[in-house]
Design a binder for this molecule. Structure first.
Ligand code: HEC
Length: 127
């Protein structure tokens, strides 16, 4: 019985630990994005829009940011799958975008970056 409880506890604890590590690594990898993007408390638009609350938000919906027509007309929603495609190769997903970024080819790195930006609420506080 005790063994079972310990094993169940481990299984439940693992995903949480993994995601915290992903976000920590994603924070380091976000240095690739930081010249153009801010996320977290008080994030403001820079060369690119601030990224708070990005998950499941419609593309091109940060007020006051001058998006390209291409992204405005894309009709995309930033779910996990679209964020992966975007970060792998923005121009392939949205030809004509003004995000001049070659992309992150490593899927695990993309996962970590997404885990990091997803760890913030729309108001910049931590989830
Ligand atoms: C050289 C500057 C630059 C870099 C580097 C950059 N971006 Fe962007 N990003 C932009 C611009 C500009 C836009 C707006 C694109 C448009 O309007 O077509 C954008 C748009 C986005 C969007 C869509 C936002 C929305 O509101 O629809 C996401 C998500 C995003 N970037 C994430 C990232 C991440 C994550 C990284 C790092 C891996 C990154 N970007 C690197 C400039 C950059």
């Amino acid at each position: 019985m005790l063994k079972w409880v310990v094993a169940a506890g481990l299984v439940l604890a693992l995903p949480a630990v993994a995601s915290a590590q992903d976000a920590a690594n994603g924070k380091k990898l976000f240095t690739k994005c930081a010249p153009c993007h801010a996320v977290g408390p008080g994030a403001k638009n820079k060369v690119g829009p601030e990224l708070n609350g990005i998950l499941d938000r419609a593309a091109a919906s940060v007020e006051g940011f001058a998006y390209s027509d291409a992204l405005k007309k894309s009709g995309l929603k930033w779910d996990d799958a679209n964020l992966h495609k975007w970060l792998e190769n923005p121009k392939a997903l949205v030809p004509g975008t003004k995000m001049l970024f070659p992309g992150v080819k490593d899927e695990v790195e993309r996962d970590d970056i997404i885990a990091y930006i997803e760890s913030f609420n729309a108001d910049g506080t931590n989830k």
